[in-house]
Design a protein around this ligand. Structure first.
Ligand SMILES: Cc1ncc(C[n+]2csc(CCOP(=O)(O)OP(=O)(O)O)c2C)c(N)n1
Ligand SMILES: [Mg+2]
Length: 898
């Protein structure tokens, strides 16, 4: 060997390669795949025994996973499907172009659907099953910004009119319009899954697929056989959420889940991995995570080349080519491809010698070849034991030609000039004349044309159109009031935290005959923190496989009880995953025909702040359910410090419109709110999400005051908890203060009232504010109505009518930021002084924290005195003295800034 020159050595290698390949081919044909795998393992072991280390790779060669000989026969009519696809392409493009002509800057995307059209059409014609009487249909998550493709198809199917298409992104038109992206909130009969916030599609699809099993395992639905398809972009896979839950999908063996990643190698600004290969990178990640990976890289034209190449150079060249170079081939001609791709090796040059440049320029990518895509989808649907991802190689802006095909600007292209329209028309053979082309008219063949008949018959065979959102769930009877009554009685001598009351109530709801089986408790590994471990045994922790081991605490009362019919979704440390489960459970009324009731309990700091976008998505999805922010309150949760103490989730909860946000102080308030939530969401079937903060400070829970206005006040956001203790003439002549408290800080307001009455002769009424958001919502609604209805009897906000007869000063204190009460200050009859917990938390005791944030009884009393002095009701000297008497240090740290 040593004395062979390089040329001889290369020849020898060639002979060796051929021999080994022939041997493998022989074994494969004589004894099958399994034997090949055995032999390869044997060789690997042998090499290792000799100290040859084989570098790890999770990758397979850069060729299609399904070889040509394993491809099933394509069952469709290729010609008709191509015609339909071309027409859908045209209309999708025309929608965007026309919308932007009418109103420049209105936006929209052409290039994404242009690259995805074939991936979607194969789904629509052969795989995606619609909803029928006996089958709920497959769940397809469409890549959000390719929505024009869905609309264009719905137009051909007769679900949307031409008029509808002209109102793409014109939702405020009196006739209504088509939403920019999939938004169930805006098109509740059409879209099922909001997908346009990148990253959330993959995550929610995974948890949805798991939830479909959960429903079956718990006997809430029959096993459905539904598939969940997530149509994704390759750029989108950079979002941590896209890959963040893929191991859950394989661990749970979700073979009802199929990802299709449209690998057009481009995102918004440019290439996804110009210097690498996104398909290989994703393959390694998914294979490593245990997924079935099917690569659809090359179209059928490449098969012959691969088969004719004895040199192995073609696969080698495919492997070494960078995505950035592949993109260049799209914008170049066949001569460039010949020179750059095939020209690198003489063997390859020879291989394509008989091909014209035009042929080389047209060699197709796998994702644009219906037969390849069909084969991949079929294999995915039939695959058992793990989820499947299809990595499909396409061209961004396919068919746009000079207007943007493969160009870096293509993502934002929405204007085509006349020549570009003509080119597109001609390429896809759309029967629109040169005279008409400038106006980019929509095109629909006659109803009895072969195209539309074919399209309709395909959809009929597959069970009907899609996407479609249907809510045919039945309201519950809701004989639940009795369950809540015990909380109206107070806790007697027993000190409780609202968290404890909540867990007690949840446990009771789980046992209820009507709604118990519908309750879905969700926790991200904090059940013990909230004292929820008692539910482990009672309700069980859901596991599709049950419990395959003896838990260490088996002998104990509260053992870690995993079972197939378990109700609790214990999601581990994944707030994003838990929220995805919340969405699946909260939308089951529409998407699964069963009204499950999610109670997602989490560390309140890691809710709106951590997964705010998912909560936004839940609202768009029209999810219903309870979000429970536990161990809430910047000063009530002691010790945990800056990253844990939440003093702002109620501010963040202001934003999503369907969220009702409550900060209850007492068990009866909590019970009234949860009862109202169940009634409104599951009996009246209204779309709300109830956010409740619960706290871990224990105190005596008083009974509910027996006044008719209390229940209504709790729900509307505020009621008088207690009138001043001063009586008779003393009360009449005394200066007056109204102290407003929320959550655990209500107790500080009560104590402040006692200080004011005892030491300063001030009459103090105590008000419980359960929801500033509800007060605000009602007030701005009234104002709006008054603005638009001059001359009619003005509406009065609840807050104004509640306080209209009250005199004196008002002080609001809560464990949240001052901005929250400040939002409603203008509807108070006098000035409102806001105390709250602006600033970063600290690790210290509760008393110290309340002093630091200036929200304890002393500060509440001081603020009332200061306001009374300002209005001339008491002398300024009283305030100065009070600072000393109350032990307040005016030079203390400033929680806002220090
Ligand atoms: C969280 C989030 N960030 C940014 C965007 C804006 N955005 C919309 S499409 C897009 C590029 C998408 O690229 P890719 O996923 O590759 O899809 P393609 O259009 O190439 O199919 C971006 C950045 C978004 N929708 N969501
Ligand atoms: Mg892309």
């Amino acid at each position: 060997m040593a004395n062979l020159d390089p040329q001889q050595q290369a020849q020898l290698h060639q002979i060796e390669n051929a021999e080994w390949r022939q041997s493998l081919d022989y074994v494969l044909s004589e004894q099958g795949e399994e034997r090949v795998v055995q032999l390869l393992r044997l060789l690997q072991t042998r090499a290792q025994e000799h100290g040859v280390s084989i570098p790890f790779t999770a990758n397979t060669p850069y060729i299609n996973t399904i070889p040509r000989q394993d491809q099933p026969v394509f069952p469709g009519n290729r010609t008709l499907e191509r015609r339909i696809k071309s027409i859908v392409r045209w209309n999708a493009m025309a929608m965007v172009v026309r919308a932007n002509r009418e109103l420049p800057g209105i936006g929209g995307h052409i290039s994404t659907f242009a690259s995805a059209a074939n991936l979607w059409e194969v789904g629509f014609n052969h795989f995606w099953r619609g909803r029928t009487k006996d089958f709920l249909g497959d769940m397809v998550y469409f890549q959000g910004h390719a929505s024009p493709g869905v609309y264009a198809r719905a137009f051909l199917e007769g679900r949307l009119t031409e008029d509808d298409l002209t109102r793409f992104r014109r939702e405020l038109d009196p006739k209504g319009g088509l939403s920019s992206y999939p938004h169930p909130f805006l098109m509740p009969d059409f879209w099922e899954f909001p997908t346009v916030s990148m990253g959330l599609t993959a995550l929610t699809a995974i948890y949805q697929a798991r939830f479909n099993h959960y429903l079956a395992d718990r006997g809430l639905r029959g096993s459905s056989g539904r598939k969940v398809w997530a149509m994704l972009g390759d750029g989108e896979m950079d979002e941590p959420e896209s890959l963040g839950a893929i191991t859950l999908a394989s661990r749970e063996k979700l073979d009802n889940l199929i990802f299709v990643v449209n690998c057009n190698l481009q995102r918004l600004d440019g290439p996804v991995r110009g210097n690498g290969k996104i398909i290989q990178e994703l393959e390694a990640a998914f294979r490593g995570a245990g997924w079935n990976v099917i690569k659809v890289i090359w179209g059928s034209d490449w098969d012959r080349l691969l088969e004719d190449d004895d040199s192995d150079k073609l696969v080698q060249r495919m492997e070494e080519i960078l995505d950035g170079e592949m993109q260049r081939y799209t914008v170049s001609n066949g001569a460039y491809v010949r020179g750059h791709f095939f020209g690198k090796y003489p063997e390859l040059e020879k291989l394509v010698a008989s091909y014209t440049d035009e042929q080389l320029g047209k060699l197709r990518r796998g994702g644009h070849d219906p037969e390849k895509v069909y084969a991949a989808y079929k294999a995915a649907v039939e695959h058992k034991g793990s989820p499947t991802v299809i990595l499909a190689h396409t061209i961004k802006g396919y068919g746009l030609g000079e207007a943007g095909e493969g160009k870096n600007i293509t993502h934002s292209q929405k204007k085509l000039n006349e020549d570009e329209l003509k080119e597109f028309r001609t390429r896809f053979n759309i029967p629109i004349s040169d005279e008409e082309i400038a106006s980019a008219p929509f095109y629909k063949p006659d109803e009895d044309s072969p195209e539309l008949e074919y399209l309709r018959s395909r959809r009929q065979t597959l069970g009907g159109s899609l996407p479609v959102r249907i809510d045919d769930s039945q309201p519950m009877a809701c004989q639940t009031e009795a369950m809540f009554k015990e909380y109206y009685e107070g806790s007697g001598e027993r000190e409780l935290a609202t968290t404890m009351a909540y867990v007690h109530l949840l446990s009771k709801l789980l046992k209820d005959e009507e709604i118990g089986k519908l309750i879905v408790p969700i926790v991200p590994d904090e059940a013990r923190t909230f004292g929820m471990e008692s539910l482990f045994r009672q309700a069980g922790i859901y596991s599709h496989v049950g419990q395959l081991y003896d838990p260490v605490d088996k002998g104990s009362l509260l053992f870690y009880n995993e079972k197939k019919t378990g109700a609790i979704l214990e999601e581990g440390i994944s707030e994003a995953g838990s929220l995805a489960s919340f969405i699946a459970a909260g939308t089951a009324y529409a998407n699964n025909g069963v009204q499950t009731i999610p109670f997602y309990t989490f560390y309140s700091m890691f809710g709106f702040q951590r997964v705010g976008d998912s909560i936004w998505q839940a609202c768009d999805s029209q999810a219903r359910g309870f979000l429970i922010g536990a161990t809430a309150g910047r000063t009530t949760l002691a010790g945990e410090g800056l990253q844990h103490q939440d003093g702002h989730s109620h501010l963040l909860a202001m934003a999503p419109p369907p969220v009702k946000a409550y900060d209850p102080a007492f068990a009866y308030e909590l019970a009234v709110i949860i009862h109202d939530g169940i009634t409104r969401m599951y009996c009246n079937q209204e779309n709300w999400i109830y956010y409740l903060t619960v706290m871990n400070e224990t105190y005596l829970m008083p009974p509910m005051p027996k006044r008719a206005d209390v229940r209504e006040g709790i729900l509307k956001g505020m009621y008088r908890f207690k009138t001043t203790g001063l009586k008779g003439a003393k009360a009449k002549s005394a200066p007056r203060a109204h102290l407003l408290g929320s959550g655990a800080i209500l107790n500080e307001a009560i104590k402040a009232g006692e200080i004011l009455e005892k030491d300063y002769g001030v009459a103090a009424d105590i008000w419980s504010v359960t929801s500033y958001k509800e007060l605000y919502r009602d007030a701005v609604e009234c104002e709006r109505w008054n603005l638009l209805n001059p001359g009619k009897k003005a509406k009065t906000p609840y807050l104004s009518s509640l306080l209209s007869k009250e005199e004196g000063v008002f002080v609001a204190a809560s464990d949240y930021m001052k901005a929250i009460p400040a939002m409603v200050a203008q509807w108070f009859p006098g000035e409102l002084h806001c105390l709250g917990t602006d600033g970063f938390g600290r690790s210290d005791g509760r008393d110290e924290l309340r002093d630091f944030f200036e929200v304890d009884a002393r500060y509440i009393a001081l603020a009332a005195l200061m306001r009374l002095a300002a209005s001339g009701d008491i002398k300024p000297a009283v305030v100065a003295k009070a600072i000393a008497d109350l032990g307040i240090d005016p030079g203390k740290l400033n929680p806002h800034t220090d």
